[in-house]
Design a protein around this ligand. Structure first.
Ligand SMILES: Cc1ncc(C[n+]2csc(CCOP(=O)(O)OP(=O)(O)OP(=O)(O)O)c2C)c(N)n1
Ligand SMILES: [Mg+2]
Length: 230
């Protein structure tokens, strides 16, 4: 992925007819791929608590997702994706309040920053692309990923990659239109694979994240329909 693009996406729960529906809508299957993601954080989950998500994806290298202007908003999320290692290291140092580690490899700063593996799982993905007919602008093209993680959780995402914040509203409008054409209920949200992994295999970490997010996002005593952990 090109450096610093903004990923705008909406997750949903795919059904048995989702691929057929994508074909009916003119979508083309780009590829089916299998990869392992390994996520890293401090023992206190300082990165995740700051809405930063560091992972090494097999065959793609290091990636850091940082919140965009919206972060998690209602049913969609907006993240900047960093993939150049010096940029990732600089951002990690900033978030974790560390100085003087230079701008080297991510692997070299894991130890000094106290980062360790917190989750690792394999995803089988079918990746689709689609141009919505009847829209004035072809860009941004929409992508739909249908993922199944090796711990038995399936999730889809409709996403657009844009270069700047000004393009986000158009991207969102298209994402919502396609989601509706795919039959995704307007109010449906689906958690990220990593969040379900933590919920199942690291329940204390999951609880900790939930508490931090709840206290950040809502006034005391109110409901939390848009909790960013989905
Ligand atoms: C509903 C919701 N979604 C995401 C987040 C934030 N978040 C949780 S885990 C997480 C990191 C994993 O992101 P995700 O898009 O689920 O991973 P994946 O689809 O495998 O990667 P891609 O190929 O798209 O780059 C984020 C950003 C959130 N807080 N709430
Ligand atoms: Mg995604």
């Amino acid at each position: 992925m090109a450096q610093g693009l903004i990923e705008v996406e909406r997750k949903f729960l795919p059904g048995p007819g989702t691929e057929e529906r994508l074909q009916e809508l003119g979508g083309t299957l780009e590829h089916r791929v299998t990869f392992r993601d390994t996520y890293y954080d401090t023992p206190e989950l300082s990165l995740m608590q700051a809405d930063h998500w560091l992972r090494r994806r097999e065959d793609s290298g290091w990636e850091l997702k940082c919140p965009g202007a919206a972060g998690v908003l209602g049913h969609h999320t907006e993240y900047k994706e960093l993939s150049a290692e010096p940029t990732i290291v600089a951002q990690l140092c900033k978030v974790l309040g560390a100085d003087g580690l230079g701008a080297g490899d991510v692997a070299a700063v894991l130890g000094p920053l106290g980062l360790q593996e917190v989750a690792s799982f394999v995803t089988k993905r079918s990746a689709w692309k689609l141009v919505l007919l009847g829209t004035d602008e072809e860009e941004p093209q929409l992508r739909v990923d249908l993922d199944t993680a090796d711990f038995g959780y399936a999730v889809g995402e409709v996403e657009a990659l844009v270069h700047e914040e000004a393009e986000v509203p158009t991207a969102l409008e298209k994402i919502h239109r396609l989601s509706s054409m795919l039959g995704v209920p307007a109010q449906e949200t689906a958690p990220a694979k990593l969040i379900v992994y933590l919920q199942r295999f690291r329940p204390q970490d999951y609880q900790r994240l939930l508490e931090v997010n709840s206290s950040k996002q809502r006034p005391q005593g109110t409901e939390d329909p848009d909790n960013c952990l989905g």
